[in-house]
Design a protein around this ligand. Sequence first.
Ligand code: SAH
Length: 225
Amino acid sequence: MSQPQARWNSEAYRIARRKMVEQQLKARGISDSKVLESMALVPRHLFVDEAQAAQAYLDSPLPIGYGQTISQPYIVALMLEALSLKPEDRVLEIGFGSGYQTAILAALAAEVLAVERLEPLFFKGREKLARLGLDNVHLKLDDGTLGWTELAPFEAIIVAAGGPRLPQPLVDQLAPGGRLVVPVGPSEKSQKLILLVKEKDGRLSRSILGDCRFVALVGRHGWSE
Ligand code: SAH
């Protein structure tokens, strides 16, 4: 019996991605052309299990094992647009998961430093990124709520899991002019997606991008295990 991935040739995936960009992203207000272009290129179907490849371009998160999910394409686009990335920026990503968002970040920024706490996902995602030949990504298996002190500061930080409060180390590791996008909420079931900007003089300004529902951010400055 042929696998879904074998039945779908790469042209069909390309068309499905284009449709995703038009109907799920542009139609809902995403307008950053670089974000749209890179999401039209990165093969989301390679970051889910083969059995789910045919669902990879639908408007939803999908399970990636260990109770975690690959984020919904619209939410990924919303977060990436809010980060206002410049090609020379270095980005810290917390919650690497499948590696899908990491691959898009790698197309938008100079360097991506990504942290994941679950070992099986870390190794699986690392292999996928290697297969795509991305050489501007560095990965760490650790509690990402602590940031990545040795490599700080970062022009942009993105968190793909929701915690009860803003992780202070991430705020501290933001460069002047830097942007942090992070879901924060009082329960593990729903959060507000927050954009925090550190002005050049160090002042912080905060805005709410909307309601969201991420998996739990587990760590020293997140939920406890
Ligand atoms: N961007 C990913 C999202 C994966 S779900 C994707 O699209 O595939 C969120 C991920 O955050 C999970 O893999 C989970 O294990 C991870 N995570 C949760 N708390 C973390 C922490 N403190 N540090 C690093 N990763 C964490």
